[in-house]
Design a protein around this ligand. Sequence first.
Ligand code: R5P
Length: 282
Amino acid sequence: MIVSGSASQGLAAALAAELGEELARVEYESFPDGERVVRVPPVEGRAVVVASTVDDSAHVELLQLQDAVREAGAEEVITVIPYMGYARQDEAFEPGEPVSARAMARAISTGTDEVYTVNVHEPAVCEFFDVPATNVDATPHLADPLPEDLHDPVFLAPDASALPLAESVRDAYGPGDADFFEKTRHSGTDVEITPSETEVAGRDVVVVDDIVATGSTMSEAIGLLDDPRRVFVACVHPLLAANARTKLAKAGVDDVVATDTIERVVSAVSAAPAVADALGRE
Ligand code: R5P
């Protein structure tokens, strides 16, 4: 049975269809004091809990769902975290800070037999779980909605760590160069980016990253492009906080393509086939 968190209902439904498994009808309610509760139907055998931890409430809800499916009879609990919040704090960057990704992973591990993430910010985060954890790659599917007639395309990553993502989208698309910018982050919203050496004048550019959060990284990077023909943004996780979508528009982006690990208007690509493959289709 596929059991969805409230923020992942579209992806959970798509995954149920991919796997041919029943989709649970889950109820989500809040008490007057703001505390939340979920209710799941009886479960036989395996429960696959699918919940992006997009905010603190979603983290709590995931722990509740894991507990609820065991109470409801699940013999095995698989947890799919399409977007794992707090994964970017994968080390204590300043004295006194937590390794938030590890704290979240430990908590999630207590209620599950196995974990699947989708393009988690750093694959090494999977090692923080106390149960087997697998990182699923959905980036090849980001090539699907791109126009078939990209002109002399170049796939750019906003920093070196995202280059494999850009290369993956390029490989799935077909022709094109791949390169990266150098990025220095000064704060949550202030990033400094140095251009890549690849010539982009007159070419179609696809800038690829794992997450677009505030949009600062993307808009800074796009602002450095010298006379591109068209600019597309491709990301796995369209967090698109605050005015991020406006920033992208004002930076001159022609289109944004993203997956449904976070369910937004731009989530044209489903991560469900990649997750279904990893879970093992019948
Ligand atoms: C950071 O290393 C990530 O890969 C993304 O580049 C970052 O999370 C994007 O954040 P923002 O949109 O706030 O610049």
